[in-house]
Design a protein around this ligand. Structure first.
Ligand SMILES: [Zn+2]
Length: 165
């Protein structure tokens, strides 16, 4: 999935320039242009930009900012941002899967250590959280073949059918 993202991003880079300074624009001429572009990309309100830069760019007003927005490619920036967030999203998915792996691993270790006849409640709760984690991982990852083995390990061969959908 990330490979696909990277190749798409390379395509994107070929598209066009992102910033075409206009010599008549006081924002383009100012040393703060990149900082202001960044704020615009982040969707900050004009009033915030004006408040921050009014001393550095005398007479800065909403019209200046509105005109300046035409001087760099917002759509492209938006697309870049989209891919960026998509990548961050992918990392979050990886984090979730890791957390689920940890839950599965811990639950299994615990189940192996306790005797279900001695601690039926703890067994039940742990089994339930284990199955929940497995199911969630299965939902996130689609096909993966770990489930059956884990179920066999907990319930033994004969009972594994019952848990499958
Ligand atoms: Zn400009």
């Amino acid at each position: 999935m990330l490979d696909k993202l990277d190749s798409d991003k390379v395509e994107l880079d070929k598209l066009d320039v992102q910033f075409i300074p206009n010599p008549r624009c006081k924002i383009c001429r100012s040393p703060y242009v990149h900082e202001i572009n960044q704020m615009l990309i982040e969707g900050r309100p004009y009033s915030e930009i004006i408040a921050k830069f009014k001393d550095k760019i005398p007479g800065l007003n909403k019209q200046n900012i509105s005109n300046h927005k035409k001087h760099f490619n917002f759509v492209r920036k938006g697309i870049e941002k989209y891919y960026e967030q998509l990548e961050q999203g992918a990392e979050k998915v990886v984090d979730s899967i890791k957390a689920l792996d940890e839950t599965i691993e811990r639950s299994l270790r615990f189940l192996r250590a306790i005797d279900p006849t001695q601690k039926p409640r703890a067994w039940e709760v742990t089994t339930r959280s284990l199955l929940g984690a497995i199911k969630l991982k299965h939902q996130i990852m689609g096909d993966y073949d770990e489930t059956e083995d884990i179920l066999k390990e907990i319930f033994g061969e004969e009972d594994s059918e019952e848990v499958e959908e």
